[in-house]
Design a binder for this molecule. Structure first.
Ligand code: FES
Length: 103
C-alpha cells in the first residue's frame, strides 16, 4: 500500500495523541515535540484505544489498564525480551497534512 492522508497536522498538537481510521486500520497518531509517529491503536492487552490514552514524552499509556507503549517503535515498555509490540507505520508530513503508510 501507499501513503494515505490520515489527518491535518494541526489536529494533533505537540504532546498529544489521537485516533484515526487509515486504510482500514485504526491508527494512533502521536505528536512528540513536533514529530509525528503512528502505531496501531488497538492495545495488545484487551483492545483498549491507545489513541485515547495519555502521551508522556514518547510513551502512550493505555486508558484501560495502563500498559505503556513507545510510539516511536510500537514496543511495549517492560516487555520481557523487548520485542513484543504493535505495528509501527511510516509517517510523512506533506504541507498541512500527515500521511501514514499502513502497509
Ligand atoms: S486494554 Fe490496554 S492495558 Fe488493558
Amino acid at each position: 500500500m501507499a501513503f494515505v492522508r490520515a489527518a491535518k497536522a494541526g489536529a494533533v498538537a505537540p504532546g498529544s495523541i489521537a485516533e484515526f481510521e487509515v486504510g482500514g486500520k485504526t491508527v494512533a497518531l502521536a505528536n512528540v515535540g513536533g514529530k509525528f509517529f503512528a502505531i496501531n491503536s488497538v492495545c495488545l492487552h484487551e483492545g483498549g484505544p491507545l489513541g485515547e490514552g495519555a502521551l508522556n514524552g514518547n510513551l502512550v499509556i493505555c486508558p484501560w489498564h495502563a500498559w505503556e507503549y513507545d510510539v516511536t517503535n510500537g514496543k511495549i515498555v517492560g516487555s520481557p525480551d523487548g520485542t513484543e509490540g504493535l505495528a509501527c507505520y511510516p509517517v510523512e508530513v506533506r504541507g498541512e497534512d500527515v500521511y501514514v503508510d499502513v502497509g
